[in-house]
Design a protein. Structure first.
Length: 220
């Protein structure tokens, strides 16, 4: 459990601003040749945001958090090196499902102990209206990501549009969690992921539909 420190110091503000800048830069550019640079910027933004979040709180179980971060990074590196490229879409869908389930678990933890996260009203007996709405959105978007990932994996529909839609759901769930925790980089990163994933999925679906319509007009 983390107890938030009152106020945001200059170091935390600079860290959050730097993380947001990296997230925005990761969306700039285009083309396959630019994917590695954008992925690196996004990863740096995640590291900066995590560092600022940990620095701004009194963390009791910091060794466990660092250990899990190292294990997760090692597992991600191993997946990227071992999994064949043809299976990467399905792997991404599975990871989106895991992210959605993590968001749901976080929402359940906040529901179970709202006092620890400062989500109670002035009487201390009930959730504030805003907290209840955000928790509902967080758990709802996360649940949809889990169900969508399981359905796509079961049907082996590892298309780009499916991955983008799941990323959008996870992003909106993360944004809601960021509002609840007062974590500005998480709000920005989740909002960017949610909106970008949705827009790109719609564009991809429209492009596929136009291609199918053009092929149908040409005939056999």
């Amino acid at each position: 459990m983390m107890d938030a420190v009152s106020g945001i110091g200059p170091a935390v503000g600079i860290g959050w601003a730097f993380a947001i800048l990296l997230f925005l830069l990761s969306l700039c550019g285009g083309g396959k040749a630019d994917i590695r640079r954008r992925a690196g910027l996004a990863l740096a933004g995640v590291i900066a945001a995590a560092g600022a979040a940990l620095y701004s709180h009194d963390v009791i179980n910091l060794p466990a958090i660092c250990g899990l971060l190292i294990l997760g990074a090692a597992a991600g590196w191993l997946i990227g090196r071992v999994v064949p490229p043809a299976l990467l879409p399905l792997v991404l869908i599975g990871l989106m499902g895991l992210a959605g389930s993590g968001s749901v678990c976080a929402a359940l933890a906040m529901w179970r102990n709202p006092h620890a996260f400062g989500l109670l009203d002035a009487s201390g007996a009930a959730l504030t209206g805003g907290a209840a709405l955000l928790l509902t959105l967080q758990s709802g978007f996360g649940s949809m990501a889990v169900v969508g990932a399981v359905s796509a994996g079961w049907a082996r529909r590892g298309s780009g549009a499916v991955s983008l839609m799941l990323a959008s759901l996870v992003g909106w769930s993360a944004a809601a969690s960021g509002f609840l925790l007062g974590n500005l980089p998480l709000v920005v990163a989740g909002g960017l992921a949610g909106s970008t994933g949705l827009v790109m999925a719609l564009r991809l679906c429209r492009a596929v539909n136009r291609k199918r319509l053009a092929d149908a007009r040409r005939g056999p």
